[in-house]
Design a protein around this ligand. Structure first.
Ligand code: FAD
Length: 411
């Protein structure tokens, strides 16, 4: 219901990332009036990460969307490899997972978000407002009653029974709510860039390690999406050394793609992505819930952030849709989402921090020849063992399934 620059809805979601869009889709499918706000004019952002894991593909399968989703251009990753020096090790095998899709789909995140937006728009209760930035919360008698947003037409006031903060790791909503995340630190940042593809290149993604260097290369059909991992705040030094020095470093680790690093002409061709790992101790207060990176910023290790955001969205919809049909969820019900999702989030973040500190940082600090760790050798020697990392990365801890009752609502 809209009146000038004010409207009333059941649930307003700040942030059109994976958490916000999937949550908006599920609530609208259950017949709940929901408005999703996205501050940008489109979903096109190069830094978003592109890995759609088996857990997310399983959610799309449960929703009956998987065939249409996989009809979009994507690549399928069935094995994970690590190159240490000149040796290749296979460290993950997704082909035995107990999921419908036994692979990671690599798809530009804007395609995924466009897809969910298109599907959600079919529900009459769904509304997506682009170029609409949540700026502050409406608080009355200690309870949140909605939010204010900046639009190209001026300020918009949205009153709602529930505000969901899904506005990412620099969340305005959590900051306005007075929530302060606990920081777990990160010794690394990532330089993100593309390299051209040659017809003779392999097509599986690979992590390439050598003493002092760590490069991840993702095959994207017509180019390589590359992540060069650097020590925290190391980018300033790299900039001082100049683009030729960066090209030389990349050439020394890029293996079969070393001949193409000259296509990086200047620092305008690379982006620095700062890595943060943090988590709120309190995800909710009366009338408000934070999910996705707004509740817990994820490291890029394992490429699990999008998928955890989707899992949060599924848990939120499963736990709250019935109450939202009638009205306002209680604080206890909102806390139920944190109770459900905090454990898998904490475990995943602890594993990410461990890998950052024990594997990635020592590799970056190392000199001389890098020796393959025993765990990597064991995974390579014993194919059965490779199923474990695939399960942890591809499905994770406590996977969410869309509740059968909710599924019946959207028929
Ligand atoms: C270097 C790096 C690489 C990564 N690579 C991967 C990867 O390969 N795979 C993976 O799964 N994860 C990856 N991640 C993590 C992943 O990007 C996040 O965990 C995931 O995107 C979180 O989803 P989200 O919906 O919670 O938040 P986001 O994806 O951050 O979405 C939040 C949305 O809210 C919008 N927004 C922000 N503020 C407002 C506001 N005030 N009002 C309205 N809208 C707002 C933003 O524009 C954005 O669209 C990576 C992270 C980093 C740092």
């Amino acid at each position: 219901m809209s009146a000038g620059h004010a409207l009333t809805t059941r649930c307003v979601i700040a942030g059109g990332g994976p958490a916000g869009m999937v949550c908006g889709y599920l609530l609208a499918r259950a017949g709940i009036e929901v408005v999703v706000l996205e501050k940008h004019a489109d979903f096109f952002r190069d830094f978003r990460g592109d890995t759609v894991h088996p857990s997310t593909l399983q959610v799309f399968t449960e929703l009956g969307l998987i065939d249409e989703f996989l009809a979009l251009p994507h690549q399928e990753v069935r094995h994970l490899h690590m190159d240490i020096g000149a040796e290749r090790f296979t460290i993950g095998d997704f082909t035995h997972l107990p999921t419908h899709c036994k692979f990671i789909a690599l798809m530009p995140q804007w395609d995924l978000l466009d897809f969910v937006a298109r599907k959600a728009s079919a529900f009459p209760h769904f509304s997506l407002r682009m170029q609409t930035k949540a700026t502050s919360l409406i608080e009355e008698n200690g309870e949140l009653r909605g939010l204010r947003a900046q639009t190209p037409e001026g300020e918009l006031e949205i009153r709602a029974d529930l505000v969901i903060g899904a506005d990412g790791r620099h969340s305005t909503i959590r900051e306005r709510a007075g929530f302060v995340p606990e920081e777990f630190g990160s010794p690394i940042d990532v330089i993100w860039f593309r390299l051209p593809l040659n017809a003779s290149d392999p097509t599986e993604p690979v992590a390439r390690l050598a003493a002092g260097r760590f490069l991840v290369m993702l095959y994207r059909g017509d180019y390589w999406q590359c992540a060069f991992v650097v020590p925290k705040d190391g980018f300033a030094r790299i900039e001082r050394e100049g683009i030729a020095a960066l090209r030389a470093r990349l050439a020394s680790i890029a293996g079969f793609a070393a001949d193409r690093v000259n296509t990086i002409r200047s620092f305008a061709d690379v982006s620095l992505l700062t890595v943060t790992v943090d988590r709120l101790t309190q995800w909710a207060k009366p009338g408000l819930l934070c999910i996705g990176d707004a509740a817990h910023a994820m490291s890029p290790v394992g490429g699990v952030g999008i998928n955890l955001a989707v899992q949060d969205a599924v848990a939120t919809a499963n736990l709250l849709w019935k109450t939202l049909k009638r009205g306002r969820p209680t604080l206890e019900e909102l806390n139920g989402v944190q109770a459900r999702r905090e454990f898998p989030t904490r475990l995943t973040q602890e594993a990410q921090v461990l890998i950052q500190n024990r594997v990635v940082a020592p590799t970056l600090a190392g000199e001389g020849e890098l020796k393959p760790p025993l765990a990597v050798k064991l995974l390579d020697w014993f194919p059965l063992l490779r199923r474990l990392p695939a399960r942890l990365v591809g499905i994770g801890v406590r996977p969410e399934h869309v509740s059968k009752e909710l599924l019946r609502q959207g028929r």
